[in-house]
Design a protein around this ligand. Structure first.
Ligand code: FE
Ligand code: CA
Length: 517
C-alpha cells in the first residue's frame, strides 16, 4: 500500500522565502541577487518533475531582460531531504537570453511518490529551496491525493493571501486555472492596494514578461510555488479579455496583429511557468493541453480553452466580441461547426475518455462548464458567449463522449466566474447526471456585478453559487470519496487575511452527485 506521506512545509524554506533579499544574501549582494522570482516545480511524473527558476536581478528592468544581457550557467541540485544534504542529482544547465534567463529543468530518474527538494546556484548566489514530489507509478495504488486550485489573481485589487493559505495547507499538487495575471488594470486608482509595473494595457513580450515577473516577486505566490508542484492552463487575461484564438475582443484589431500580441503573451507564459520543452512556443502557437496521472486514483486532463476557439458568437454591430448574454436570435452560438477546443484537442480529449483508467477523472479547464441561463441587459433571457455556453455544440459532444465511454467519476474544475459554483451536469434537465463541477472564486479580482441571485431558480442543476468572497478550492481525494472545500479569505485588501471554509461538499465514488460533507 502506498500512502502519501504528509510533510510539514519546511520551516527553513518558509523563512528564506519570506525574508527579503538583504537577509538572504547579505547587504553587499542584495543588489545582484538573481533569484528575485523564486523557484517553482511542475508536471510531476513517476520519475521526475520540472524545476523552474528565472534569473532576474532587476526583475522589472524596462528592457524586459531582468537586468541580464548574456547567457548564464546555472547549477542545480536535487535532494531527498529538506536540508539538501542527500543530493541525488546535480548538474549544470544554461539560462539563455531568448527566454529571459528562465530555466526549465526536466528532472528524470527519480523514485515515484516521494518528495524531493531542489535548488539552483548562479552568479555567486543560491536560490530558495523548493519542494516537489514525484507522482506514483501509473497504476500503483494511491490512497489519498490532496490538491487545490485557484484562478483570477489581479495584482492591483488585493494581496495574495489565498496563495499563502493554499501553501499552508501543504497540498500534493496545485492547479492554476487561468487569469494568473491580468493584462490591464480594470479598476479605478482609488481601489488599488498596489500598482502594476506599468499602468498601460500590456501588449508586447516585454510587457507580459514584466507582468509575470511582478507577480513572482510576491512572497505568498513564491511560497506556494516552492511548496508543491503545479499544473496550469490559461484563460483570457493572460493575453486579452475575452479573446478567442486569433480574434481580439474588438473586430477593429486584425487577427494578424492580434497574433503578434498573442505570441508575446504566450512566450512570457512559457518563460514563467514550470513547463516542459514540448510546450516551447513557436510564434503565436504553444501546446499546453495534456494529461497527468496519479497512480490508480486520479487523472487530470488539462484543457486549453482559448487557443483553438472559433470566433466569438454574434459580435455586436459595432464589432465588439466581448462576452454578452444572447437569446434565441443568436443561432451562431449553438452552431455545431463552431469549436471550443479545436479538432485536434477535441479528438484527443474524447480518445482520453475511452482510455481512462483512474478512479477519478478530473478535467481542469478555464471556465464554467454547466449551462447557465441568465438575464442579460434589458431583461433578455439567454446565455453568455464567452464560456462553454458560447460553444455549446462542443460541450454536447464532450458530454456524449464521456457518457459513451462510461468515464469513471468525471469532475470538472474551472475558474473565470470570480465566484464559487458547484453544479451537476446532465445532457437535459430530465436525464441522469453525467459529471459534477466545481468552480473556484477569484484570488483577488472583483466579484460579479450581478450576484447571480436567480441562477439556481433558472438552472436547477446549479447546486451552489456564491459571489461575495474571494478565495480558492481545496480537494481531498480518496478511492471512496472526493471532499471539496470552498475556501474564502477574510479580506483581499489585508495582506494578513485569514481563511475559512464557506462550504464543504462530498462526492461518493460512483455517486455523480453533490452532497454536504
Ligand atoms: Fe478572471
Ligand atoms: Ca477570464
Amino acid at each position: 500500500m502506498v500512502t502519501i506521506t504528509r510533510r510539514r512545509l519546511i520551516a527553513a524554506a518558509g523563512f528564506t522565502l519570506a525574508a527579503p533579499a538583504v537577509l538572504r544574501h547579505g547587504l553587499a549582494r542584495a543588489a545582484s541577487d538573481p533569484f528575485t522570482l523564486g523557484v517553482a516545480s511542475g508536471d510531476p511524473t513517476p520519475d521526475g518533475f520540472v524545476a523552474w527558476t528565472r534569473l532576474a536581478p532587476d526583475p522589472l528592468a524596462p528592457d524586459g531582460g531582468g537586468g541580464l544581457r548574456d547567457p548564464v550557467e546555472v547549477d542545480f541540485e536535487i535532494a531527498t531531504d529538506e536540508a539538501m544534504r542527500r543530493i541525488v542529482r546535480r548538474g549544470r544547465t544554461r539560462a539563455d537570453v531568448t527566454f529571459a534567463h528562465s530555466v526549465h529543468l526536466e528532472v528524470e530518474g527519480l523514485e515515484p511518490n516521494r518528495p524531493y527538494w531542489y535548488r539552483f546556484s548562479a552568479l555567486d548566489a543560491q536560490s530558495p529551496i523548493g519542494r516537489a514530489r514525484t507522482a506514483p507509478a501509473r497504476n500503483a495504488r494511491l490512497d489519498r491525493l490532496r490538491f487545490s486550485f485557484a484562478s483570477c489573481a489581479h495584482w492591483e485589487l488585493g494581496y495574495f493571501s489565498a496563495y499563502r493559505h493554499m501553501a499552508e495547507e501543504d497540498p500534493d499538487l496545485v492547479l492554476f486555472l487561468g487569469d494568473y495575471i491580468y493584462e490591464f488594470s480594470y479598476a479605478a486608482a482609488e481601489r488599488r492596494v498596489r500598482t502594476h509595473d506599468r499602468p498601460q494595457n500590456t501588449v508586447d513580450l516585454i510587457g507580459y514578461r514584466n507582468r509575470y515577473a511582478l507577480h513572482r516577486t510576491d512572497p505568498d505566490l513564491q511560497k506556494l510555488h516552492a511548496t508543491a508542484p503545479c499544473l496550469m492552463t490559461w484563460d483570457d487575461h493572460e493575453v486579452e479579455n475575452d479573446y478567442a484564438a486569433g480574434f481580439a475582443q474588438v473586430a477593429a484589431v486584425s487577427p494578424e496583429d492580434f497574433l503578434k500580441r498573442r505570441a508575446g503573451a504566450y512566450q512570457a507564459f512559457y518563460e514563467h511557468m514550470p513547463l516542459r520543452r514540448r510546450s516551447m512556443p513557436r510564434g503565436p502557437d504553444m501546446t499546453i493541453f495534456d494529461r497527468y496521472r496519479f497512480g490508480d486514483l486520479a487523472e487530470f486532463t488539462v484543457l486549453d480553452g482559448r487557443q483553438y476557439r472559433s470566433e466569438q458568437a454574434c459580435p455586436t454591430a459595432g464589432g465588439s466580441r466581448r462576452m454578452r448574454v444572447v437569446g434565441e436570435a443568436c443561432a451562431n452560438r449553438t452552431d455545431p461547426a463552431r469549436t471550443m477546443l479545436g479538432a485536434e484537442q477535441e479528438a484527443w480529449l474524447h480518445d482520453g475518455f475511452r482510455k481512462a483508467g483512474a478512479k477519478w477523472n478530473i478535467i481542469a479547464q478555464n471556465v464554467l462548464v454547466a449551462p447557465l441561463l441568465q438575464r442579460g441587459p434589458g431583461g433578455i433571457l439567454g446565455n453568455g458567449t464567452d464560456g462553454w455556453d458560447g460553444y455549446s455544440a462542443t460541450r454536447d459532444r464532450m458530454l456524449n463522449a464521456m457518457a459513451e465511454s462510461r468515464l469513471a467519476n468525471p469532475v470538472f474544475l474551472g475558474g473565470d466566474m470570480h465566484s464559487f459554483w458547484a453544479t451537476e451536469i446532465r445532457a437535459r434537465p430530465d436525464t441522469p447526471n453525467l459529471a459534477v463541477e466545481f468552480v473556484g472564486s477569484s484570488v483577488t479580482a472583483d466579484g460579479p456585478a450581478s450576484a447571480f441571485a436567480d441562477a439556481q431558480t433558472l438552472n436547477p442543476h446549479i447546486r451552489y453559487v456564491e459571489g461575495a468572497h474571494r478565495g480558492y478550492v481545496s480537494v481531498d481525494v480518496t478511492p471512496g470519496r472526493m471532499e471539496t472545500r470552498l475556501r474564502a479569505i477574510s479580506d483581499r485588501r489585508d495582506p494578513k487575511a485569514g481563511v475559512s471554509t464557506l462550504k464543504h461538499f462530498a462526492v461518493e465514488d460512483g455517486g455523480l452527485r453533490l452532497h454536504d460533507a
